[in-house]
Ligand binder design. Sequence first.
Ligand code: GLN
Length: 549
Amino acid sequence: MAKYIFVTGGVTSSLGKGIIAASLAKLLQARGLKVTIQKFDPYINIDPGTMNPYEHGECYVTEDGAETDLDLGHYERFLNIYTSQSNNVTTGRIYQTVINKEREGAYLGKTVQVVPHITDEIKRRMLHLGQTGEYDIVITEIGGTVGDIESLPFVEAVRQLQWELPEEDTVVVHLTLIPYLKAAKELKTKPTQHSVKMLSQEGVHPDIIVCRTERQITPDLRRKIALFCNVKMEAVIEAMDASTIYEVPLLMMREKLDIICLKKLDIQPTNEPELTKWKGFLDKLKYPKSKVTIGLIGKYIELQDAYKSILESFIHAGAMNECQVQVINVHSESITDDNVTEKLSGLDGLLVAPGFGLRGVEGKIIAVKYAREKGLPFFGICLGMQMAVIEFARNVLGLKNAHSTEMDPETKEPVIDLMEEQKTVTNKGGTMRLGAYPCTIKENSLAQAIYGSTSISERHRHRWEFNNKYLEAFEKAGMMASGKNPATDLVEIVELNNHPFFIGVQYHPELKSTVENPQPIFVHFIKAARTFADKRNEAKNSMLQGEMI
Ligand code: GLN
């Protein structure tokens, strides 16, 4: 049977509970334990799939097609394992299950209440992954902040589990903030004391307190936190701001977070965690030998979380290439025919991001044209691939009215069209083409060179697709469908024959990039960007030399 670690948060949101949970999981995994992480979110949406990225950041998609919180992306990137629908549960999903059961008459005439019915359903789901026999430890991150009305049933479920399970089967880790007051030149513990008090009032006493802080916590301060929050001194963990999230496992190892958890769980720690690969990655990340500048063309760029997995994939691929990847955000709405050169001429590569709806698409199309004509490495993801198709149709095939029926339902040239099975869909939630599908790659294509294989599987989240009625014309003119779904013929990858690196994919490769397995398209894209940068520098140098002569 598995043991359970619960991670709660206090004082404020955005303290990085997901990163702390993932780092702890990484350390335990590196000690040879089988670990998974799940996130319980207190909002009423069934899942974040219907939320605007401005609202909730990126919607992460798992192999089994669940639309989930972006923290699951961190879990997969850190642990190099797959998560699933079971790893992300919301209040909405809990209530939906309970209400459906009530309609079936499963409660046998009882009054259905938050306690015990909602809390029982929360507990059932909290225990579920631990009962599959696949894991030694299940870490559960509780979203939101302790004290919120909506997180109460979750904290109550943790309280009950602490009481029901053997003492050595649960640990509660509470993450708080120790703010530094500039005027007083002091770190302040009061908010932490209050948040632990609030958690205790709800019946849960934390075993470990992880303190986010900008400055080091002195031994005196540790003693104070330990005394007032009623935990052992060693259970007060300092979590200093780190230069990269990938350093946090090492910071937590120094603070012995894993050892303290294992002690409480009565698990004998093995030798040191095996982190050779992880440290190798960090070294490459910290000491790059070259640098490239990539333009990220999107419409949600004000909020970095909207493109989380893409940005993390660049970090993995950059380290693999020992190359620093500077990402410049370019708002797709700001690109016009007149300013495109000024905006994009300093770049070594262009990534056109996924997205939905009309806003900003013309800017994306102009950016694709620039990359195609200038030989600038291009990588289009989902909507980015669809824009590359539209650009090619308009400017190479001469189909001036080419568009996607998503943006222009009446277009005369629907080169991107709604998938057949989507035409009858009316509900918005969970109804896109979601999750992993196989893709067969053409021999001798760029895609085959990238993947080193002709048979791959990637994750999806879309409703529209390449319209195969146009495929022959596209391939004759030089845009090839190098990857297709073997069962449906749906075009998954397009690429250009006469371009150094031009690839568009209908799927989301960024969802499968991890520290240990950087995603191959990202790796090759950065390599191509480096070649492009080198050539540009050579040209610049010879021009300068020419001037000197
Ligand atoms: N809006 C497009 C579609 O649904 C692209 C989706 C995406 O970029 N994730 O097909």
